[in-house]
Design a binder for this molecule. Structure first.
Ligand code: PHE
Length: 494
């Protein structure tokens, strides 16, 4: 009599094994006899029974030879050397020249080497074979070998495996664990109640806990040390998951999200931000200007404010940039180069209401694509406008933001942006190094006064992809946009 209680799969497995005389059971025997499809269930049940001495398990690691891509290609279209050989036999007088015109360069090159290995010699440009019978049988053996894959790695196939291993991508040797289970004397002696499958509670629900049924229920015990298949379910792309996390952090901090168009004017993207009209970043090589719409009309009064500020500082006390401000330049259509274009317009529409706004959105810059640059990327942007806001508050807010994102060590350094004073660069410590993640500052009077804003505006912005590379530990930004399913599946849940 056994004094322990078995789990349902263990009961079923033991019953199946008792009912049959066979000495050893393979995985597929068990799946068939127990009416299971999931091998994890069988392996788990076997493990449980083994622990109680009711079955024994024998594991053997089997090396299996399988076809790789080039091998599969050879099976489908013939081995290169076999195709060369049949070409040679179809020619009256096979020559190197003939071979080079009958086969493409990438085949002719390695092909000659393969023929030489088979015993073909080159005599004054002619290809000569002395022992055709041996070549035929060698080729037949190679072809037959590939055709019979997959197979176990036995001594018999080992020489062929060694030969093909030297050729890239033909075959691979994989290890597979085979198990076989045998019932013990003790296993045969288990009878009666112990083998009856019961209803087992696998999910603890509120309904269950509210009633009394749980008191007598049998609960499924989990053995977290067992091997299990990884659930492959749909999930967010890591970039999307990161965006959601950023949103959550901003919302927790009392910010509201701003979503706006990426077709904008140079006026809002640059002039409103006191970026001089001859600033290098405005050049064609940095900014995507649009043909359609080539220009968008802006409020003339607003442009006159900007003109005054740019030319001589207007009423702000600034001296401006000098020169002549062009309203045509201001009205040119472009793809926004930063999300600050949207925050500044929000402020222009609500110049006197205190606010905390953020956005996570797409921006465009004419960058050549490389390991750390993309022409289309995302910026994370935040602003706080309220009476009494100051630098201290900006730094504290940045530190809080990054701490909530999981980066407690943040430092700021002086920087320069045409639209903020003071301006800061934000650095985050990651794996012992300080990484620059973005810019921040307090908007200058040249920016705020023409819009009728009187309270200080704290602003910061940074690249989302930079942050994503950090969070996901990438060294190539392009990885984020390659839909490599294997990589995507293995990303951490953010
Ligand atoms: N707009 C800046 C950029 O594109 C970042 C920034 C935003 C800097 C707000 C200061 C204030 O890099």
């Amino acid at each position: 009599m056994v004094e322990f209680s078995l789990l349902n799969p263990e009961r079923r497995m033991l019953r199946a094994m008792q009912a049959d005389k066979r000495a050893a059971w393979t995985l597929s025997d068990l799946l068939a006899a127990c009416d299971w499809t999931d091998q994890v269930v069988a392996v788990g049940a076997g493990h449980g029974l083994e622990n109680r001495g009711l079955v024994t398990v024998e594991t053997t690691v089997v090396a299996e030879v399988v076809l790789d891509a080039s091998g599969q290609d050879a099976v489908d279209h013939g081995l290169l050397e076999a195709r060369l050989w049949s070409w040679m036999q179809s020619e009256d007088e096979p020559t190197m020249k003939g071979l080079q015109s009958a086969f493409e360069r990438h085949e002719a090159g390695p092909g000659v080497g393969l023929l030489k290995q088979l015993g073909v010699t080159i005599e004054q440009g002619r290809l000569v074979a002395t022992d055709s019978i041996r070549i035929d049988s060698t080729l037949a053996a190679r072809t037959d070998f590939l055709a019979m894959l997959p197979c176990e790695l036995t001594d018999e196939v080992r020489p062929m495996v060694e030969a093909f291993k030297g050729r890239k991508g033909f075959i691979a040797v994989l290890e597979r664990t085979d198990r076989s289970w045998s019932i013990t004397e003790e296993g045969r002696s288990v009878t009666g109640e112990a083998l009856v499958e019961t209803t087992v509670v696998t999910d603890i629900t509120p309904e269950l806990l509210q009633g009394d049924a749980w008191r007598n229920a049998e609960f499924r015990a989990f053995d977290v040390t067992l091997e299990a298949s990884t659930p492959r379910t749909g999930r967010s792309h890591p970039m999307q998951a990161l965006i959601e996390r950023i949103r959550a952090v901003f919302l927790e901090m009392g910010f509201s999200e701003l979503v706006d168009d990426y077709v904008q004017t140079a006026g809002w993207n640059m002039d409103a931000l006191f970026i001089p009209q001859d600033h290098p970043a405005r050049e064609m090589q940095d900014t995507f200007y649009l043909d359609e719409p080539a220009s968008l009309s802006l409020d003339d009064g607003m442009m006159s404010h900007w003109k005054a500020v740019h030319e001589h500082g207007g009423d702000t006390g600034s001296r401006g940039w000098g020169g002549t401000f062009s309203k045509d330049i201001a009205q040119r259509g472009l793809l926004r180069t930063h999300t600050t274009v949207n925050t500044i317009q929000y402020l222009a529409e609500h110049p006197t209401e205190a606010c905390r706004m953020f956005s996570v959105d797409r921006v465009f810059r004419k960058e050549a694509i490389d390991r750390t640059h993309l022409p289309e990327f995302h910026q994370i942007e935040g602003i706080i406008m309220e009476e009494g806001a100051n630098l201290q508050m900006l730094v504290t807010t940045l530190k809080t933001f990054y701490a909530k994102m999981g980066y407690p060590e943040v430092r700021v350094r002086p920087a320069y942006f045409p639209y903020t004073e003071p301006s800061l660069e934000i650095e985050v410590r990651w794996r012992g190094k300080w990484l620059e993640l973005g810019g921040a500052g307090i908007f200058r009077p040249e920016v705020t006064e023409p819009l009728g804003i009187t309270a200080p505006v704290l602003a910061w912005g940074m690249g989302l992809e930079r942050l994503a590379m950090l969070v996901l530990g990438l060294d190539d930004i392009r990885q984020l946009y390659i839909s490599d399913l294997e990589w995507l599946r293995n990303q951490p849940i953010l």
